[in-house]
Design a protein around this ligand. Structure first.
Ligand code: SF4
Length: 346
């Protein structure tokens, strides 16, 4: 976008496009007023995932986890949904709201976990196990969801797998840590797990968790099941090294509810650091500390104040899912919603 020179540049003229996203605009009161004005003018609602930058969470009409936001999108009276999150989440909103315009402020905001399996790879895996049922975590592309029998969230993954005939083989994808958690809890042997991972969650490892648990013996532990440390957390609890009633394996939405019910003054949080902003707002009297303060998702952080402004000014980037793929993907998402407590996904 062309930029004028000097102090008289408008907010829009300050937007710059760089290798890691749109920059050049700060979250000032002027910016906030302009975002609100443009959203009203476009009849748009702004949704923000829990891992977004604090200033994006604060300007949004709704903040939450991926599935809760997609459901809000489907029920919103506005015709345009601005989804501040990563691309597969905006696709899920489009799948559930095919008649609405869904915009993402920067379509380059991907997800290393969703990218760890393509539709072609899933087709080949299914060919190896033609009688198996496919269970996919919601962090997948629309094309992968369309080849899936039942989607799941971290909250209902165990219930989804347990609902399948025990003699039927299961292909579970894409997250190996969530898969290992489900396999351990269900005790199911005929479950094959795709070895995908989220680079952010995999970076929160057991050694760090052990060290934090040792140095904060009175704290509660909130662990997202995609974390490399989820196994360590369960091990510590199982071995009696950390009281089991203080270890909570939770989706991001479940963490907010658990924060309000926490009994300790301090909570160690093992997930992306953006989560701390909503937790501190939900329970201001509790000291929330990250297990790994470097666990920041660069894709989530591509949704900057500049990107959101550009989105509302230029009406882009629009998210498209072809109707046939969307219909198949919708079936697998709706089967997920019907089983157990689906919670909210990532
Ligand atoms: S934190 Fe991981 S799973 Fe979540 S959007 Fe980023 S890369 Fe994907």
């Amino acid at each position: 976008m062309a930029a004028a020179v000097g102090a008289t540049m408008t907010l829009t003229e300050r937007i710059a496009d760089g290798p890691s996203g749109f920059t050049g605009v700060d979250a000032t009161p002027e910016w906030a007023a302009e975002i609100k004005r443009l959203a009203r003018e476009r009849n748009a609602t702004i949704l923000a995932h829990n891992y977004q930058l604090p200033e994006i969470q604060d300007i949004a009409d709704h903040v939450g986890d991926s599935l809760a936001l997609s459901r809000i999108a489907a029920e919103a009276p506005e015709d345009t949904i601005v989804f501040c999150g990563v691309h597969f989440m905006a696709e899920t909103a489009k799948i559930l709201s095919p008649d609405k315009t869904v915009l993402i402020p920067d379509q380059r905001a991907g997800c290393s976990l969703a990218d760890s399996i393509t539709a072609e790879e899933l087709r080949a895996w299914k060919a190896e196990y033609p009688d198996a049922l496919v269970v996919s975590y919601v962090n997948t592309t629309a094309a992968v969801k369309a080849l899936t029998d039942i989607c799941c969230t971290s909250s209902n993954a165990v219930d989804v797998v347990a609902s399948i005939d025990p003699d039927r083989e299961v292909l579970f994808l894409p997250d190996q840590f969530l898969g290992a958690h489900v396999k351990r809890v269900t005790g199911r042997e005929n479950m094959h797990i795709w070895m995908g991972e989220c680079h952010v969650h995999a970076g929160i490892n057991g050694d760090e968790l052990n060290e934090q648990a040792r140095t904060h013996p009175d704290a509660e532990l909130f662990v997202h099941p995609e974390c490399g440390c989820a196994t360590s957390a369960l091990y510590l609890a199982g071995a009696g090294e950390f009281p089991a009633d203080r270890v909570h394996i939770l989706s991001t939405g479940g963490m907010i509810d658990a924060a309000k019910a926490a009994k300790s003054n301090q909570v160690l949080v093992a997930t992306e650091v953006g989560m701390l902003h909503q937790l501190r707002k939900a329970a201001p009297g509790i000291d929330f500390q990250p297990v790994n303060d470097r666990a920041s998702c660069q894709y989530m952080k591509m949704i900057t104040p500049a990107a959101l402004l550009r989105c509302l000014v230029e009406n882009r980037d629009e998210v498209h899912v072809d109707p046939e793929t969307a219909a198949l993907a919708r079936n697998s998402v709706q089967r997920m919603i019907a089983i157990g407590n689906p919670g909210g996904g990532e």
